[in-house]
Ligand binder design. Structure first.
Ligand SMILES: [Zn+2]
Length: 248
């Protein structure tokens, strides 16, 4: 996986577009204590308020219900509701200013990215991807992992794993033989049919003990057009997928 970084631009110049009109002052710089005027919202038009059939209201934002209008109003003016609205506005504003970049060399310093992208505007923060994938699989030289060979490189470990799991030439011949026998036997009863392997036996992901998928194509006649009943009851109209079970 390529390294990536999320970057957040600085506050936009001029008046910020308010992504959540009605929240009061635009929240674009970090968390702030809940102060300022109580936002005046009309519960009839507030998209966060859902009137309930059985009476009362539900605040979609806070996932709570209020039994009546006065308690709804007091909730809407309450600290919890206002804080959540502010957080939401803050996150939406962050979304508008954030950018994900990738494709730079592993080990690039955040300061270097910041410097480069400064050409397009202020860069407030750079958050680098944690390089979990590489770190998790690399073993220190001489370490004895589950495979016991002290391999320092991920690729070498993978090659070893493939050698341990892949089918031998004898196993492949056995599968080909099985396929030939099945084809011969089925041709007796279903002339014109064909067995076409698919899945792991074709795409190279087959391992010891994996199954052998063999759809059986009955062939011969075209299936009836969509919407028309099968009519004459001839079951040979369509191919029927069928898989052979696990084969050693
Ligand atoms: Zn609420």
């Amino acid at each position: 996986r390529e390294p990536g970084a999320a970057m957040e631009a600085g506050p936009a110049p001029g008046p910020d577009p308010d992504p959540d009109p009605g929240t009061g002052p635009a929240m674009d710089v970090g968390p702030e204590p809940v102060t300022g005027p109580v936002p005046v919202t009309d519960p009839a038009t507030d998209p966060d308020v859902e009137p309930l059939h059985r009476g009362g209201f539900r605040c979609r934002l806070c996932q709570i219900t209020a039994a009546n209008r006065p308690s709804l109003l007091s909730h809407l003016a309450g600290k919890r509701h206002r804080r959540l609205r502010e957080l939401r506005a803050e996150r939406r504003a962050q979304e508008l200013r954030s950018l994900f970049v990738s494709g730079f060399p592993r080990g690039t310093e955040p300061a270097r990215l910041r410097q480069h992208f400064r050409a397009f505007g202020d860069v407030a923060t750079v958050v680098m991807d944690k390089e979990k994938v590489g770190r998790g699989l690399r073993s220190s030289p001489g370490a004895r992992g589950p495979l016991g060979y002290g391999l320092p490189q991920v690729e070498a470990q993978l090659a070893l794993l493939v050698r341990a799991l892949e089918l031998s030439a004898a196993e492949r011949r056995l599968r080909e033989l099985l396929l030939a026998l099945l084809r011969e036997a089925l041709a007796e009863f279903l002339p014109g049919c064909s067995l076409v392997p698919y899945g792991s036996s074709v795409n190279g992901f087959d391992v010891h003990g994996c199954d052998l998928d063999l759809p059986l194509e009955l062939g011969g006649r075209d299936p009836p057009p969509e919407g028309t009943p099968a009519g004459d009851g001839d079951p040979q109209g369509q191919g029927t997928p069928s898989g052979a079970g696990d084969t050693p």
